[in-house]
Ligand binder design. Sequence first.
Ligand code: E4P
Length: 214
Amino acid sequence: MKLFVDTAKVEHIKEVASWGVLSGVTTNPSLIAKEGRDFRPVIEEICAIVDGPISAEAVSLDAEGMLKEAREYSKWHDNVIIKLPMTDEGLKATAGCTEEGIKTNVTLIFSPMQALLAAKAGATYVSPFVGRLDDISHVGMELVQTIVAMYDNYGIETEVIVASVRSPLHVVDAALLGAHIATIPYKIFKQMLHHPLTDKGIQAFLDDWAKVPK
Ligand code: E4P
């Protein structure tokens, strides 16, 4: 399973990239807004840090507007993927992008049927939002399991990005279910990294090392 980071904060992307574990980045309008900077330079800077798919989200509500945004953003860098919403207009735009060879990530997927439609329209990626489903007492991971099984049945090439990740266990579950990618907030990456027994073990080794005659 590939690991993406779900943020537009350049320092955080640099840090996770330096660990050698990062295959891509997802952003959304809320994450971009938090940075208080223009969209294009943020995306370009991210593309310079990570050599992998970088999702930039279209904000138009109609397919024509989405396609226009897609054509513009995809010129910024070869690795830019256009995030499109799971609506009828979003599907139209996905089909249009597919025809034009522009890669897409259909976002805000909350049902298996939405994932099937997005794949049919040619989506390169779909993003089921597990955390937001958990928030309303649906088991988000069940959606991932269904999509992965459905795609496997027919050899569908669309890749599943487990999004709206809220805990390290979401990442474990995503891997157990065979999802292609998990897009993970920086805070969760840090939680994945640390273990109290690792810290305790290092300290014990250092204490013992200090006793070795030098
Ligand atoms: C995915 O691409 C989205 O940016 C993100 O995972 C949404 O997460 P949230 O539900 O925590 O906002």
